[in-house]
Design a protein around this ligand. Structure first.
Ligand SMILES: [Zn+2]
Ligand SMILES: [Zn+2]
Length: 239
């Protein structure tokens, strides 16, 4: 009953474009158009700069400043912008599950190597206050679904926030952003020798993922890889 009521308030929407699904489409989580062609970032394009890559992930240039080994993102931001907004701010849990399933599909299609070698999936922790306000950590929903679809182990308690930080986007200098995140995260598990896949929704400056990766390396993780739902706000429309 509750679910039916929820459907009236939040009708099922396509996990990619965010359009309301027709009755026939509601069996799945994609509209007909997105289902016919899932608009993943093309394999030879770096999700961060839009330049050429041969790894289906960040090019060497984009990886350079970061502590993690590799990073990839499933969608160009503008393709999923509407769906991400609905997912985050209207509590569209179903939509989040659809997005998680698509991230799993992206791993299967583009990054079999990550599926083979990952020991544990973690999500970038949200500040507890923010999580409380929102009612959920959206990245947990993505990770949960990725785990269900791929069999990879997800530990939501593996990485936490030690202290308050302000939104990185409100800070203007790199130094302010660095200080804001310094020692903000803590690990709560033994990561020695573990290969970690850290999941986030949107990759913007990468500083949050980077700080989490550094903390994981301090906890003796062997490798840290990043998987994001979408790359930065770059326009990666197919020409
Ligand atoms: Zn769609
Ligand atoms: Zn690049």
């Amino acid at each position: 009953m509750k679910e039916k009521l929820m459907e009236l308030v939040f009708p099922p929407r396509c996990a990619v474009c965010g359009e309301v699904l027709t009755l026939q489409e509601r069996k799945g989580f994609l509209c007909k158009k997105c289902g016919a062609h899932i608009p993943f970032i093309s394999k030879d394009i770096c999700p961060h700069c839009g330049g050429k890559t041969d790894t289906a992930g960040f090019c060497d240039f984009c990886l350079k400043p970061f502590a993690f080994e590799t990073a990839c993102a499933a969608f160009p931001y503008e393709k999923v912008r509407h769906a991400i907004h609905l997912f985050k701010y209207e509590g569209g849990k179903k939509l989040g599950e659809g997005l998680g399933a698509l991230m799993a599909e992206y791993l299967l299609q583009y990054h079999e190597e990550l599926l083979v070698k990952t020991d544990i999936i973690l999500s970038v922790p949200l500040h507890p206050k923010k999580e409380k306000r929102r009612g959920f950590n959206q990245t947990h929903i993505l990770c949960q679904k990725i785990s269900e679809e791929t069999g990879l182990v997800f530990r939501k308690d593996g990485l936490g926030r030690k202290r308050d930080t302000v939104a990185q986007s409100t800070l203007s200098t790199p130094e302010e952003r660095r200080q804001n995140l310094k020692d903000a995260f803590e690990t709560t598990l033994d990561f020695s020798g573990k290969r970690v896949l850290l999941v986030d929704d949107i990759f913007t400056t990468g500083s949050t993922c980077n700080e989490c990766a550094k903390e994981l390396y301090r906890a003796d993780a062997k490798e840290v890889h990043i998987l994001c739902l979408s790359g930065a706000g770059l326009s990666l429309e197919e020409k």
